[in-house]
Design a protein around this ligand. Structure first.
Ligand code: HEC
Ligand code: HEC
Ligand code: HEC
Ligand code: HEC
Ligand code: HEC
Ligand code: HEC
Length: 421
């Protein structure tokens, strides 16, 4: 006769792998997003053209249905373009040449493309913009959960049938055995179930706990409807005009009313720009918003020529980006020394009316960028960072061909105490 126990056990094992797989699967979909955000999002959006073309429906354009072609292009755009009229055309349209990523791998390309495809699918499904993230993954988790539950029930039924059959055949043959241990008292099953619950439960609890306090896409309503699109986008005011301390200090800072009034003493009404709307689609009366600014600067709203500095009070902007207290982040280190664009971390601010938090600000986000970003090391022609001239070893290794570039990781960007107090 076929032994009965292993059958049920195999089912349980299957169930176990299924759950583990579902967890791993989620992680890899997440990877594509992380890669896209850290490497491509500075220039590409999924649905809209930016510095580079929108990447939606990518596989239907050029030779991109073959991911190896995307790989070749991404590794070295200028070489690829040399004998490819399609990308030459893109360059003419978009003006600038795409950045090269010589170290990118086919796996990473696959992950990025699948993230893009997923983002397109998500946007078709979810109606309100800004709330699309996570919908798909939680959907997946639900489906996996339901399937797992069904499998578990089938496993239990099969085990029950199995033991009944065995009992019947034993009865028929007149064999008297001690009563079989019911499955819910069977120590092996109980042990396996506990391990399973521990692993799965532990994973979700840890993940949830680490994510506490993160607020990607946070977009509070500000006391004055101040549009970055109008100022930094349409009127091309340099970020550093208002956030100048990003260049020389740890914080980027929020400008005081005085900075605003440098211009707004002359600009008292909003006339040239496009109509402005809140997230909910309500139209903004921009002149009222400018009036709020005047009030904050100490002007009498009823009589704008009357100015009393004693009435001035700072605007209470709501802070959007907040790292936990145990993390040290320095703007000048990134903006001035590292030459990282504001947009790499804050997204296309010039296209946002109201600022929203673009990056997750998780530790993985910092670390991934440090793993991948090359340090400008070329101090011989004075474009690079002279500080690194002491790193003779890297210099010699590069000369000897032992390495071809230096990432932030190599200069200590993954060391705990660099980011943690
Ligand atoms: C510094 C800006 C920049 C970055 C970063 C960047 N790209 Fe591009 N990308 C461009 C530009 C600009 C073009 C248009 C071609 C050109 O002008 O070189 C382009 C074109 C493309 C195209 C062809 C699109 C089409 O319409 O057929 C693909 C595919 C692509 N990029 C993929 C990527 C991927 C993947 C990444 C991230 C690993 C990335 N790009 C990062 C600027 C960038
Ligand atoms: C004319 C002044 C001005 C200019 C120019 C400007 N900003 Fe701002 N920025 C502000 C003000 C005021 C706030 C606070 C209100 C808000 O969050 O919208 C702010 C907020 C921000 C925030 C969110 C800060 C937080 O609370 O976490 C970021 C990020 C930011 N700006 C980035 C940029 C970038 C990048 C540019 C250039 C593309 C830029 N700003 C140009 C005035 C300016
Ligand atoms: C390497 C990523 C990165 C770059 C590049 C970057 N920022 Fe930030 N920015 C952050 C982080 C992280 C915070 C949150 C800091 C905190 O909570 O201590 C932040 C916070 C801010 C704030 C809120 C006020 C503050 O200082 O905490 C403003 C405004 C801001 N950034 C503007 C800018 C501007 C303008 C640039 C370009 C000149 C820029 N950032 C470049 C990551 C970056
Ligand atoms: C470098 C000049 C300059 C500075 C500095 C500046 N603005 Fe403006 N602001 C403009 C211009 C230009 C317009 C658009 C006028 C138009 O289109 O008719 C504008 C429009 C506005 C508007 C109406 C559109 C909107 O965004 O809602 C508000 C409100 C406003 N500014 C507030 C501020 C505040 C608050 C500050 C300081 C944080 C500030 N501005 C700093 C030049 C400036
Ligand atoms: C978009 C890419 C990017 C992101 C995101 C990023 N960094 Fe960096 N970081 C850099 C670069 C580039 C440098 C190297 C600057 C230089 O040339 O010294 C750097 C350097 C540093 C250093 C100094 C390392 C050393 O050994 O001198 C610290 C500390 C640091 N980053 C902290 C952070 C923290 C904390 C975060 C997340 C909140 C973060 N970074 C996110 C690109 C990034
Ligand atoms: C490049 C910067 C950076 C480096 C290097 C770094 N961390 Fe972090 N770490 C962060 C940031 C940012 C957070 C906050 C993440 C959040 O708010 O969710 C964090 C959070 C944490 C937390 C809290 C749990 C969590 O993930 O939020 C622990 C524990 C931690 N780090 C340990 C370490 C250890 C150990 C190392 C060295 C192996 C290290 N960190 C290196 C940036 C860094």
């Amino acid at each position: 006769m076929i032994p009965c126990k292993p059958n049920g056990r195999r089912l349980l094992q299957l169930l176990f792998f299924f759950l583990v797989f579902s967890v791993l699967n989620n992680v890899s979909a997440q990877d594509g997003k992380t890669l896209f955000m850290s490497k491509c999002a500075a220039c590409h959006q999924v649905m809209k053209d930016g510095t580079g073309p929108a990447l939606m429906n990518l596989e239907e354009r050029g030779k991109w249905s073959d991911h190896n072609e995307i790989l070749k292009w991404t590794q070295n755009p200028s070489a690829y373009m040399a004998n490819d009229p399609y990308t030459q055309g893109l360059k003419t349209k978009f003006g600038s040449l795409m950045q090269s990523f010589p170290d990118i791998t086919i796996k990473e390309i696959d992950a990025i493309v699948s993230y893009v495809n997923q983002a397109v699918a998500d946007s078709k499904k979810a109606p309100p913009p800004g709330e699309t993230t996570g919908a798909k993954t939680s959907n997946n988790a639900l489906i996996f959960g339901v399937i797992s539950l069904i499998l578990a029930i089938i496993a239990l039924i099969l085990m029950q049938v199995n033991s009944n059959l065995k009992k019947m055949s034993d009865d028929a043959e007149g064999i008297v055995r001690p009563d079989p241990v019911p499955f819910y008292k069977n120590k092996v099953y109980i042990a396996m179930l506990s391990v399973l619950l521990f692993v799965v439960g532990g994973y979700y609890v840890t993940k949830g706990a680490i994510g506490l306090g993160r607020q990607k896409d946070y977009q509070p309503v500000q006391p004055i409807y101040y549009s970055h699109k109008v100022h930094a986008g349409i009127n091309q005011i340099n970020c550093l005009f208002c956030h100048g301390s990003a260049w020389e200090s740890k914080t980027a800072g929020i400008p005081s009313v005085n900075v605003c009034m440098n211009c707004h003493k002359a600009i008292t009404t909003y006339e040239k720009g496009p109509k402005l709307y809140t997230e909910n689609g309500d139209e903004i009366n921009a002149n009222n918003e400018i009036a709020k600014l005047f009030k904050a600067a100490g002007f009498d709203p009823k009589n704008p020529t009357k100015w009393d500095p004693a009435q001035a009070k700072p605007v209470e902007w709501v802070k959007i980006h907040n790292l936990p207290d145990h993390v040290y982040f320095n703007h000048s280190q990134h903006v001035k020394t590292g030459k990282v664009q504001c947009q790499s971390c804050h997204g296309e601010i010039t296209a946002m009316d109201e600022v929203k938090q673009f990056a997750e600000l998780s530790m993985g986000w910092c670390i991934n960028c440090h793993r991948n970003t090359k340090v400008d090391f070329n101090y011989s022609n004075n474009t690079g960072n002279k500080f690194y001239s002491i790193y003779e070893k890297f210099h010699n290794d590069i000369k000897a061909g032992k390495m071809d570039s230096v990432t932030v990781k190599d200069i200590g960007g993954l060391e705990c105490q660099k980011c943690h107090y």
